[in-house]
Design a protein around this ligand. Structure first.
Ligand code: SAH
Length: 214
């Protein structure tokens, strides 16, 4: 079966599972997921599951990429911070439905590889940085939207909460008990913060500090 055919099947499946936002589905259609995968996994590019990438990390499941992008309520004027660049796939999808994406990865080799992919695909509205995403990106704060694609252990990093604009929203997986994670939306209002629990998920952990890869 060709990759194009598999991609159409995947998009129909995401729609059936509840990702009905046309802009998000169009973004998923535009981004070649195979470009974000190692060579030996090319044939699985449009299967709806997470896959292993370099540095022991994962590329997120397409359904979750679609759902999280939809849940962020983006417009073409929004500036987004992503924590956990990984392969770069989620950032590439975001870049089609918002104004600008700032993405941070703790493995330098992953950040560099993702940045090269963005260049090859002419995604000019993505800025990539190697760093500790639990500290956010102070020079670019505040952010109207923040998406974290690694699971916070129990507690949402305070720097990310501080860097959320008033009226802003954050989507973040939180491990609230051993092996139990849920996706949460945190909204910053004039008075404080509101938290909404979305669905059970499984992400690699959010780890403090920059990784020691070459
Ligand atoms: N959005 C990615 C998913 C990658 S998995 C994609 O579409 O492929 C989560 C990523 O978060 C991993 O690459 C991991 O190294 C990274 N990560 C974990 N803790 C981090 C931190 N404190 N700062 C930045 N990146 C982090």
């Amino acid at each position: 079966m060709s990759l194009d055919h598999n991609k159409i099947e995947l998009i129909m499946r995401l729609r059936a599972e509840g990702v009905r936002d046309t802009r998000v589905l169009e973004a998923i259609e535009k981004v070649p997921r195979e470009s974000f995968l190692p060579d030996h996994l090319q044939d699985q590019a449009y299967a709806d599951h997470a896959l292993p990438i370099e540095c022991g990390q994962t590329i997120s499941q397409p359904f979750l990429v679609g759902l999280m992008t939809h849940q962020l309520n983006l417009t073409d004027r929004t500036k987004v911070l992503e924590v956990g660049t990984g392969s770069g796939y989620q950032a590439a999808v975001l870049s089609h439905v918002c104004r600008r994406v700032y993405t941070i990865e703790r493995f330098h080799s992953l950040a560099k590889q993702a940045d090269e992919r963005f260049r090859q695909l002419a995604r000019r509205n993505i800025t990539t940085m190697t760093g500790d995403g639990t500290k956010g990106w102070p020079a670019q704060a505040p952010f109207e939207r923040i998406i974290v694609t690694a699971a916070a252990m129990d507690k949402v990093p305070p720097a990310l909460i501080e860097q959320l604009a008033v009226g802003g929203e954050m989507i973040i997986p939180v491990e609230y008990a051993p092996g139990r994670q849920e996706l949460r939306r945190i909204v910053r209002t004039d008075e404080g913060f509101e938290t909404e629990r979305l669905l059970p998920v499984r992400f690699v952990p959010l780890i403090e500090g920059v990784a020691k890869d070459a």
